[in-house]
Design a protein. Structure first.
Length: 300
């Protein structure tokens, strides 16, 4: 029997928390990769490549960054193809319990680092001797004060000290923690909202699921491929563009018929109705001097 306090669906507050964090502290590539894992519980690396259109090396660099920061987890599975070949595939998912703990830790670490920097900047030396270059803090001001002249003098060389502007804290150092808390307040609100959320094990460690958009595209591609194969096998349902011009097979099959009778008829019809041209003299008689007369040759 399922515990009524255990949720079998990821709350919207947890999804918004993941989106806020990755958009605030990471690049757009990391945000796109995490959006896919927010919408789909467990995704194969090849499916993420198909959806994001990233280069494999680029996608792995993004996923390794998120995995190194404990925002996502990876699970490897060995799958057997229909031909019997086994391949390894990486599946990525978000463990929201781990995500919440990591966000809390990193925000607390950032806040402590800001407070430490602010404390160190306020405790730095604020007075400096121009002769011996000795430095003094604000707590040592009572030792530097000379009641006779009313000035602050060095305890070593009795030279009047100067205010060390380079060692002064930054102008916004004292308000840095307040600004940090103000900017991170939306994340703090989501953390308080998800404080007592208890997710089921199948949500924290989800099983691989197929993405509906990729499933539809694969089915559409399979249907198109089978329809094309059936059309080629049966000789029917050819694509419209294949009938607009000669096919690949027609390039090597050409029927050329040469009819001499038709050509003779054309020549005969063209010659009819035209006057007969006179034969040239060199065909009718010889033009060579001393040649025999054609009539004599005929009689002889």
């Amino acid at each position: 029997m399922t515990d009524p306090d255990v949720l079998t669906e990821v709350p919207a507050a947890l999804k918004r928390l993941a989106k806020y964090v990755v958009r605030g502290f990471y690049g757009i590539e990391h945000a796109l990769a995490l959006d896919i894992l927010i919408r789909n519980p467990c995704v194969k690396e090849e499916d993420m490549l198909e959806l994001l259109k990233f280069d494999r090396k680029q996608l792995r660099a993004v996923l390794n960054t998120l995995k190194g920061d404990k925002f996502i987890k990876c699970r490897m599975r060995v799958e057997t193809a229909p031909d019997g070949k086994t391949t390894r595939h990486n599946y990525y998912f978000i463990n929201y319990r781990l995500l919440v703990n990591v966000v809390k830790y990193k925000l607390d670490h950032m806040r402590r680092r800001i407070e430490t920097d602010e404390r160190d900047s306020t405790n730095r030396a604020s007075f400096k001797c121009p002769i011996c270059f000795s430095t003094f803090t604000d707590l040592e001001a009572n030792q530097l004060f000379d009641p006779r002249t009313g000035t602050f003098r060095c305890t070593f060389c009795e030279t009047e000290v100067e205010e060390d502007e380079s060692a002064m804290p930054k102008k916004d150092a004292r308000t840095l923690v307040a600004r940090f808390n103000e900017q991170i307040e939306p994340i703090y609100a989501l953390l308080r909202e998800t404080e007592d959320v208890n997710l089921a094990y199948e949500i924290l460690e989800p099983e691989p699921t197929e993405i509906p958009a990729l499933k539809q595209s694969k089915e559409r591609a399979a249907g198109t491929g089978s329809g094309t194969a059936a059309g080629l096998a049966g000789g029917h349902h050819r694509e419209a563009w294949t009938t607009k011009g000669p096919s690949y097979e027609d390039l090597y099959t050409q029927n050329v018929v040469i009819s001499m009778e038709d050509q003779e008829d054309l020549n005969r019809s063209a010659s009819e109705g035209k006057p007969a041209r006179e034969r040239p003299i060199w065909l009718r008689e010889s033009t060579v001097q001393g040649a025999y007369d054609p009539d004599e040759i005929k009689d002889g």
